[in-house]
Design a protein around this ligand. Sequence first.
Ligand code: IFM
Length: 472
Amino acid sequence: MANTQFPSDFLWGAATAAFQIEGATTRDGRAPSIWDVFCATPGKTKRGDTGEPACDHYRRWKGDIELMREVGLQAYRLSVSWPRVMPSGRGDVNPAGLDFYDRLIDGLIDAGIAPMVTLYHWDLPAALQMEMGGWIHPDMPKLFADYAQVIYDRLADRVKMWITINEPWCCVDGGYFHGGHAPGIRDRRLGYLAGHNLIRAHAYAVQRYRAHENGKGKISFALNTTFSYPASDTPEDAAAAERAMLDFGGWFTDPPHFGDYPAVMRERLGDMLPEFSAQDAALLRGSMDYLALNYYLSDTVRHAPGVGHMEIERSFDPAYEKTQMGWPIVPDGFFRLLKWLNSRYQGLPVYITENGAACDDKPDAGGFVDDQDRIAYLADHLAAIAAARREGVDVRGYYVWSLMDNLEWSEGLSKRFGIIRCDPQSQERTIKASGHWYREVINGNGAPALARATWKTDPADNRAKALATEDR
Ligand code: IFM
């Protein structure tokens, strides 16, 4: 069995996001976000689920910290709701909203749990969307930095790990390409523009952080992406798979590392892709203190002449088992992605800021969920991280998605990612088998709880297709 022992200073955590758990959407001066508006629009979320009451965490946060302690978490990733803190998105601050996060951070620290704070996890104040058109407006980066400044002023004395923006790719793909996420627009040109301003906003917020008297911690944005396996061993498919990775992970990670988009995107997208000014490019370069990766799945790509600007076609290999989201379970892709990212964005430590599975949980009469499928998913993905570490990728921490079942955006409450069950009716919390297992992982820094991982690092044990991509 491969070595799955992690070092004693490896950080073990869990993650959530404000809109998915807080509820209290109209309390203490909070104003609506684009997700409140979206959820209130008939047909936009499954069964019409909304952010009310979600997990009612705004009122139950103390109990939730107790549960984190029971699971043995060393770290917790949360997001701040911009419309709770600045209801109009700019100008006046809502003291009650800011106080909530102040208490939460103190509570975490008192419990010995290190907070990681995400500034933007998709809940844009609706006023900014209505008054300015949201992320397509060129002034948004400055407004985001002003909001970030308010949060730094209040929390940066205690918070040492920061994420500016969560998964900008999802904001664009869901919000502007297919429209299944807020604000529900379908326009590719606007999508690239929104993405451009999200990237600029990251840079502006990093600049403010680094200039802040308490800005001594680490800051980055959270990337979501896949590893793309070529559909065949032809050079065309190999090139297409590489192009696909640049078009996904590279789109948002090249600018904050190198100061511009991947060359292949510039060549193929032409004037759809906005230009960074020299000043913005300078701000962007080196604006990640670490690489924050959210990993869930991988895909297969073939060269598709004439299909879109990038001429790629993505599919899911039917050979893989899938989670309840329909996402293929590919720990091998995680391992390869970590190596790919490490060779492209050299010199950055890595934190896995999300990883987890939606499973078809079946609670027993007492509310307990024996989620062996989720444990298997987590064990194999942790084994993949251990393997990447052995090959020199400097992964320093892991946050499971998610601490508890919550509102899965347009999927509503139908998809459950938690290691803690949250009954949507009674709000009763019950630690699942995966939560108890995760405690063992944390206590042993991996082994022996990871002995149950079935994924093997020896490529001969993996899919033949993976072999073809070995040297990429
Ligand atoms: O629930 C989401 C989260 O908000 C962002 N990353 C992916 C998760 C699962 O879809």
